[in-house]
Ligand binder design. Structure first.
Ligand code: DC
Length: 219
């Protein structure tokens, strides 16, 4: 039996940074499910679809192949044979992923892929519905969150350190909108699973959060 760790939480809570560090410490494979929704979103953007084009989006799901590959422990996302790992971290793709992940056929396809991965491999998987829908029997479940203010400040710092223009108020507004959409959609909304451990990282360092989760895995 494989060992499965589920990390859910809102955008910008630090899920991927933390999950990667726990994966490295424990020898698990890190699966970033947001990257899969982002890959689909990139396909829809390239196809010229608007997020509201429900019929076009749902009808195109069967034309899309999303595959995860691992090179030196790093996840690569392959969309219809093309490695698009470097193209999916923009706000545009993130917002499109949030808006199109509300559609049933999009979720059904990706959830099946995620469950298949978890069957045979020790993994730590992050997303919005991992503890509630994808891996309801995960060995460890964490709901990782932080205040909007704190998440907006982190994102602002990240962008300005890269020399990019950033507006703190706009970032906070985008985060609030994305939270609302992810938490209020009909299918698999973001919420804490009943048996998930709540970790609020607002006043914690990365190391403290990593140690907290590693000790849950060691229990
Ligand atoms: O974690 P992220 O920002 O890369 O995810 C992008 C969007 O994808 C997120 O706003 C909602 C959607 N998503 C989802 O619905 N379910 C998941 N398991 C992961 C992401």
């Amino acid at each position: 039996m494989s060992f499965n760790v589920a990390i859910d939480g809102p955008a910008g809570a630090g899920k991927s940074t933390i999950a990667k560090a726990v994966a490295a410490k424990k020898g698990y494979v890190y699966v970033d499910t947001g990257a899969m929704y982002r890959a689909m979103a990139l396909y829809f953007i390239r196809a010229g679809f608007a997020a509201s084009d429900e019929e076009k989006i749902c009808n195109s799901v069967d034309d899309i192949s999303v595959v995860l590959k691992y090179e030196d422990g790093a996840q690569h996302v392959i969309l219809n044979g093309e490695d698009i790992t470097g193209l999916i971290r923009t706000e545009e793709v993130g917002n499109m992923a949030s808006a199109t992940s509300v559609y049933g056929p999009v979720r059904t396809k990706l959830v099946a892929l995620q469950q298949e991965l978890a069957k045979t491999t020790d993994i730590i998987m992050d997303g919005r519905d991992i503890g509630t829908v994808v891996l309801p029997n995960a060995d460890v479940k964490v709901y990782l969150t932080a205040s909007v203010e704190c998440r907006a400040n982190r994102r602002y710092k990240e962008l300005t350190e890269k020399g990019l223009d950033a507006n703190l108020e706009q970032i906070a507004k985008d985060i609030e909108e994305r939270d609302y959409r992810d938490m209020h959609r009909d299918i698999s909304p973001l919420k804490q699973a009943d048996d998930a451990v709540l970790v609020d990282s607002s006043d914690m360092t990365i190391d403290e959060v990593v140690d907290t989760i590693v000790s849950l895995c060691n229990k």
